[in-house]
Design a protein around this ligand. Structure first.
Ligand code: SPV
Ligand code: MG
Length: 303
């Protein structure tokens, strides 16, 4: 993985022109990057405020926020509109979930170019066939052929203008019930096709198959994971395994579902007094969205 030029400021923060450069640094810094799922501008702000290194514009969570299923029901323009709000909300680099690339190499590369233009740090494409289904739903996860998916990756790489824009190749081999050797074979083919990092996905409740993958993979390219089902794994384990980034893909959206459901239940049953003390005061919302900065800017610019 190539690191592009940048400088480190006095706080030790890498300042770069393109967010792709920052994401590359995060994935190669030696401790796993902490990457939080976001589904809109507000969840992006909250995650960045909490200190996360990067954001995952999650297909599942953006679809859920749009009220549709994570099975390519939302169009890619729908999803990129949301991703652009996520990018705009914070200075933190955003990795956009590109699902399968919405068809063939041609739709995938248009998606990649649009994501690049809206200021994302990178995209992640997965080796399933369109339309895909969320990896945790059912057992019918058909994979694209290796040559077909490599063609998609090469088409993206060759149509992107910014060489620092990150292309993550995600293999769903383990999700599809295939074995470790197939996952490794695919990851190596995707590396040779120009991927900058590999996302190895698993829905086991332990980290074992990821650990087995990492032992064989070594450090050929940075690896990202999403421990949705094996969340109990101690954080140190990921570092010991040499993981580049841990994506907490959907916890924020699920937290929002629980909170909104409970608020609606209480409002309906008892009225607003039942929850006023437990919900964020408007002052907190205004602080989060920097209303005070707008007031200062008005003094400066609204003459
Ligand atoms: C997503 O967040 O949309 C993902 C990760 O692709 S997962 O839902 O874990 O498959
Ligand atoms: Mg997804």
């Amino acid at each position: 993985m190539t690191i592009f030029p940048s400088y480190i400021d006095q706080q030790g923060i890498a300042r770069t022109i393109h967010p792709g450069v920052r994401l590359r640094q995060l994935l190669t810094k030696g401790t796993p990057a902490k990457i939080m799922g976001a589904h809109d501008g507000l969840s992006a702000r909250i995650a960045a405020d909490a200190g996360f290194d990067a954001l995952w514009a999650s297909g599942l969570c953006m679809s859920s926020a749009l009220g549709v299923r994570d099975s390519d029901e939302a169009s890619w323009t729908d999803l990129l509109a949301v991703a652009s709000r996520i990018v705009e909300a914070t200075p933190v680099p955003v990795l956009v979930d590109g699902d399968t690339g919405y068809g063939n190499f041609n739709t995938a590369r248009r998606f990649a170019r649009h994501a690049e233009r809206l200021g994302a740090a990178g995209i992640c494409l997965e080796d399933k066939v369109f339309p895909k289904m969320n990896s945790f739903v059912g057992n019918d996860h058909k994979l694209a052929s290796v040559p077909e998916f490599c063609g998609k990756l090469r088409a993206c790489r060759e149509s992107l203008r910014d060489p620092s824009f990150v292309v993550v190749a995600r293999t769903e081999a383990l999700i599809a019930g295939l074995d470790l050797s197939e996952a490794l074979h695919r990851a190596e083919a995707y590396r040779q096709a120009g991927a900058d990092a590999i996302f190895i996905h698993s829905r086991k409740t332990t980290v074992d198959e990821i650990a087995a993958f990492m032992r064989e993979w070594s450090d050929r390219l940075p690896v990202v994971i999403a421990p949705t089902t094996y969340y109990r794994t101690p954080q140190q384990t990921y570092e010991d395994m040499g993981i580049g980034g841990v994506i907490w893909a959907n916890q924020s959206m699920r937290a929002a579902v629980t909170a909104m459901r409970e608020a609606c239940r209480l409002m309906y049953a008892k009225g607003p007094t039942a929850l006023e003390d437990t919900i964020a005061p408007l002052a907190e919302v205004f602080k989060l969205l920097e209303y005070d900065q707008l007031a200062k800017d008005e003094e400066r610019y609204q003459l």
